[in-house]
Design a protein around this ligand. Structure first.
Ligand code: ATP
Ligand code: MG
Length: 589
């Protein structure tokens, strides 16, 4: 039997070409700069190599703070850091920046490790924790005190803040700034010994309260916090600040390229100052623009709020841009890596279209996912001239563009389901699907003609009585007759019921913070971001277990969710439709 009629084939291809070219255009916009050459970081490294840098000594690191789950923005940083090391034959460390014990936990550490591995990166034996350097960091602080470059300030946080000055006004020196080295050392040792209450003293760098860079106005290096750390326990009553520990940890690990997002640009000066003051390995910081994704929030604080206040069902809610959410939705590591490659690395802040992420998963699944049929809003079709007890089992390709994908058996019988939206009783001129008296093709099967509409007691359409043309088996034209529509279908008797979770965007605005005064990003939540429906599947679909990704012909890509109970009830998450729905919402179509 001929599997695909030529017209059928063209119909489907045209759709693909259309989608591809338009999205290609969007993508290029989002990715201006790519194609113009290497990004500025790679260009810089290339230059350094020309000037004598041994590429094997290139050392990067991904430094997450274990205080939340990773999101797509972190993926950009992971792909950059691990990707660079891989490309140049250098190394990349995974280092947990765990200096804020109140907010951190080993639950997050484990989740982050799992997510980095899932994305496809391997830190080998280079797993580090800033907390492992606490002794070393402490020793460095004593060295700074001995060199007259740090002092203990006994003011509270508010006073310190009040003396800091502004962008146009110099700060004022602390009354404790000129303590002797001996006194500073004594106080700092007693801070370390746990003699003082939280907030009684801090250790500050002695730099310049009139510096035009506010970060350089005697920044705090250590504060007292009597909290248990998830790794070092109660050993330390004092903890180092980010600006202090980050550069020293980099230097200790001989990080050559410390890549961080733009908001740390002002911190580069303290980074360099500390490493120079300690005369240690000169790690260098380079900033790049963080990823902003239209229609999503990537702030950890907001993500935590969405989860804690139960606006979503957890960190792995498929509507979230967390790596767990994306994974549960059905995104593949390949698609996310491709997305990160396409957005590129730039210095200027920018906004990336969610559509680009969807484009990447569609591209991957278009090649990789088997295509089967399922009906989401069923309308019964009865073929009056088809023998009542007959069942034909068609051998259908799982991917017509890739014969190696194999085939499955799909039953066909007298009673079928099609989508409600594929039928209209009084269709407008451009509606080419089924309507009274109209003939259409059932994908891979027969031509059918609608002869009669059956209604229930309420007047609602309950079934269509149709006839089929036995000569059109395989969906091919029996006598050159042309039909314009091709519908997917499932055979009623063998159909398997399943739950489908149809996700829409989580926020109604491209920028969820762009709400009227008095509102918050929570007011921009889309109340219809999740719709649960029941689908009818062709039986072969019931064989796909959790984590399988499939295409439901004409309706989208789906992933089998872990909530499925195989053999009882499967649950499918819609990853993405076959077309770019975001462009439509943004008013581009
Ligand atoms: P926090 O406010 O808790 O510091 P964070 O998002 O910066 O939140 P980190 O754990 O410090 O979280 O991030 C680890 C690394 O990932 C950092 O180097 C940071 O620059 C990078 N990163 C975080 N968010 C993004 C983003 N949206 N785009 C690119 N890189 C990011
Ligand atoms: Mg951070």
């Amino acid at each position: 039997m001929e599997l695909t009629g030529a017209a059928d084939c063209i119909n489907f291809r045209m759709k693909t070409v259309f989608t591809f070219t338009r999205e290609r255009h969007d993508m290029n916009e989002a990715n201006s700069g790519k194609g113009a050459g290497r990004d500025f970081i790679r260009a810089k490294i290339d230059r350094q190599i020309k000037e004598g840098l041994d590429p094997k000594t290139i050392q990067t690191r991904f430094p997450p703070e274990p205080n939340g789950y990773l999101h797509i923005g972190h993926a950009k940083s992971i792909c950059l850091n691990f990707g660079l090391a891989e490309e140049y034959g250098g190394k990349c460390n995974l280092r947990f920046d765990d200096t804020n014990p109140e907010k951190e936990s080993s639950e997050y550490v484990n989740a982050i490790k799992e997510d980095v591995r899932w994305l496809g990166f391997d830190w080998g034996d280079r797993l580090f924790y800033t907390s492992d350097y606490f002794d070393f960091l402490y020793a460095c602080a004593e060295r700074l005190i001995l060199a007259g470059k740090a002092y203990v300030d006994s003011q509270n946080q508010e006073d310190i803040r009040a003396q800091r000055g502004t962008l146009t006004e110099a700060g004022r020196n602390s009354p404790w700034r000129d303590r002797s080295v001996e006194e500073n050392l004594d106080l700092f040792r007693r801070m370390r010994a746990g003699e003082f209450a939280d907030g009684a003293h801090v250790l500050r760098a002695k730099i310049d309260m009139a510096s035009p860079n506010l970060v350089m106005r005697d920044p705090v290096l250590y504060r007292i916090r009597k909290v248990t750390h998830h790794r070092s326990g109660d050993k330390w009553p004092i903890y180092p600040m980010y600006d202090y520990s980050h550069c020293i940890s980099d230097s200790l690990e001989k990080v050559t390229h410390s890549l961080c997002s733009l908001e740390f640009e002002n911190n580069r000066e303290i980074y360099d100052w500390l490493l120079a003051a300690l005369d240690t390995f000169p790690s260098r910081q380079t900033e790049f623009a963080r990823l902003n994704l239209k229609g999503a929030v990537l702030s950890k604080r907001k993500l935590i709020q969405l989860v804690r206040e139960k606006h979503v069902h957890g960190w792995d809610d498929p509507r979230l841009p967390t790596l767990r959410g994306l994974r549960r939705r059905g995104y593949t590591p390949e698609a996310i890596r491709e997305f990160c490659a396409r957005i590129g690395i730039a210095r200027a802040d920018n906004q990336v279209d969610y559509g680009l992420l969807e484009f990447c998963i569609r591209e991957h699944l278009n090649r990789a996912a088997p295509r089967l049929m399922a009906v989401l809003n069923p309308l019964k079709v009865i073929l009056r001239n088809y023998p009542p007890d007959k069942v034909e089992w068609f051998d259908l390709p799982l991917n017509p563009e890739d014969p190696s994908a194999g085939s499955r058996k799909t039953p066909f019988s007298r009673e079928l389901y099609i989508e409600q939206e594929d039928f209209m009783e009084s269709p407008p001129p451009k509606f080419f699907r089924l309507s009274p008296g109209r003939e259409v093709r059932l994908r891979y099967a027969y031509y059918i003609t609608c002869e009669e509409v059956v209604r229930d007691a309420q007047g609602k359409i309950s079934a269509l009585l149709c006839s089929y043309d036995p000569q059109s088996c395989g969906g091919g034209s029996p006598d050159g007759r042309k039909v314009k529509g091709t519908l997917h279908w499932v055979s009623a008797a063998q159909a398997v019921r399943a739950e489908v979770r149809l996700y829409d965007r989580l926020f109604t605005l491209d920028d969820p913070d762009d709400v009227p005064a008095g509102q918050t990003f929570l007011d921009a939540l889309n109340p219809d971001s999740l719709r649960v429906a029941e689908a009818l599947l062709e039986p072969a679909l019931a064989e796909y277990g959790p984590d399988s990704r499939v295409q439901f012909e004409r309706t989208g890509y789906f992933r089998v969710d872990q909530d499925s109970r195989m053999g009882v009830r499967q649950v499918f998450n819609r990853i993405v439709g076959l077309r770019d729905s975001w462009a439509k919402i943004a008013g581009k179509e």
